[in-house]
Design a protein around this ligand. Structure first.
Ligand SMILES: Nc1ncnc2c1ncn2[C@@H]1O[C@H](COP(=O)(O)OP(=O)(O)OP(=O)(O)O)[C@@H](O)[C@H]1O
Ligand SMILES: [Mg+2]
Length: 143
């Protein structure tokens, strides 16, 4: 397993990491964002979206479960941003994400995705942890 662990000291740096990851994505991919409340998952997705050519401003999908954004990066046409904090694991199949996850031109980023039952395909896990300093976060991208 390859791992890429980086310390960031600001939201700007976290967004930059998201943007950088976007450059490595070519087509369909499922990203699982793991980390405590406020650890920077949504912030990271804002940068990811920039890197995927999304024009809209990303806001937390907590209450709507997921949002779909138009993307423009090669074959990638959509970014789906989900937050499963309030979705019981066994309810997951009912929220309608599966179709998007299977789409060859869609990147799906799922906050709290580790709670879900077995996902249909391989995923890339990204771990967010608080650092010692107030604005410090550690981000660990694994395959
Ligand atoms: N280095 C950093 N990277 C990201 N966010 C930071 C950093 N330093 C401070 N913050 C702050 O931490 C918070 C991160 O919020 P964010 O919504 O991204 O977290 P989250 O992991 O999505 O939380 P939730 O599980 O509630 O959805 C913001 O208030 C942001 O300003
Ligand atoms: Mg969030």
């Amino acid at each position: 397993m390859s791992a890429d662990r980086i310390i960031t000291n600001s939201t700007t740096q976290t967004k930059k990491m998201g943007k950088k990851l976007a450059q490595t994505l070519k087509d369909n991919e499922i990203l699982i964002l793991v980390g405590e409340l406020g650890s920077g998952k949504t912030t990271f997705v804002k940068g990811l979206a920039k890197g995927l050519g999304v024009d809209a401003n990303i806001t937390s999908p907590t209450f709507v479960l997921f949002k779909v954004y138009k993307a423009h990066k090669g074959k990638i046409k959509q970014l789906v941003h989900a937050d499963c904090y309030r979705v019981p694991g066994k309810e997951f199949s009912k929220i309608g994400l599966a179709e998007y996850m299977a789409d060859p031109h869609t990147i799906t980023a799922i906050e709290w995705g580790e709670k879900l039952p077995k996902l249909p395909r391989s995923t890339k896990k990204i771990f967010f942890t608080y650092g010692k300093k107030r604005n410090e976060r550690s981000i660990n991208i694994t395959r």
